[in-house]
Design a protein around this ligand. Structure first.
Ligand code: FEO
Length: 172
């Protein structure tokens, strides 16, 4: 059984993951409108991944006999100044999510909830990857600058990204 403090915090995290999904869907729509479908595809995969993160937490709460309570999802931004601004906002957002996961981890340790701590280990590694992917794209965009051929090639590269269910879901 989950204690109520941990359950409340996981419910908050589910909301944060669904907000992330909504944010990335909004970014995908921005890139669709900008005529960059490959960039849009990259964010549509992010949208799917964030829904998967929320699902992992929801499954976990249910497995522990807890109660998932879905709350309102805050409105997301709909426009950005440039492609670079979108990826910079993504990195800042992922850094916030990392801080939330770390706080949840600290709570699980303080509450001596070892099962939750164990579940969170996957998210700790996932956040390292999320931030790294984002930094890599920011570096590429910086190199490209306003070179049209570079943007065209990056758009093609990002169009190839496909969604794969994260391991905690693939295993279920
Ligand atoms: Fe669910 Fe992008 O962290």
């Amino acid at each position: 059984m989950l204690n109520s403090k941990v359950q409340d915090a996981i419910n908050e995290q589910i909301n944060a993951e669904l907000y992330s999904a909504y944010l990335y869907l909004s970014m995908a729509q921005y890139f669709e409108a900008e005529g960059l479908p490959g960039f849009a595809n990259w964010f549509k995969v992010q949208f799917q991944e964030e829904q998967a993160h929320a699902t992992i937490f929801m499954n976990y709460v249910n497995q522990r006999g807890g109660r998932v309570l879905l709350k309102a999802i805050e409105a997301v931004p709909t426009t950005w100044e440039s492609s670079m601004a979108v990826f910079e906002a993504t990195l800042v957002h992922e850094q916030k999510v990392t801080a939330l996961i770390n706080s949840l981890y600290t709570l699980a340790m303080n509450e001596e909830d070892y099962a939750t701590r164990d579940r969170l280990n996957w998210f700790v590694s996932e956040q390292v990857e999320e931030e790294d992917n984002c930094r890599e794209l920011i570096d590429k965009l910086r190199l490209i600058g306003d070179n049209g051929m570079g943007i065209y090639m990056l758009n093609t590269e990002l169009a190839a990204r496909t969604y794969a269910a994260p391991s905690p879901l693939a295993a279920e």
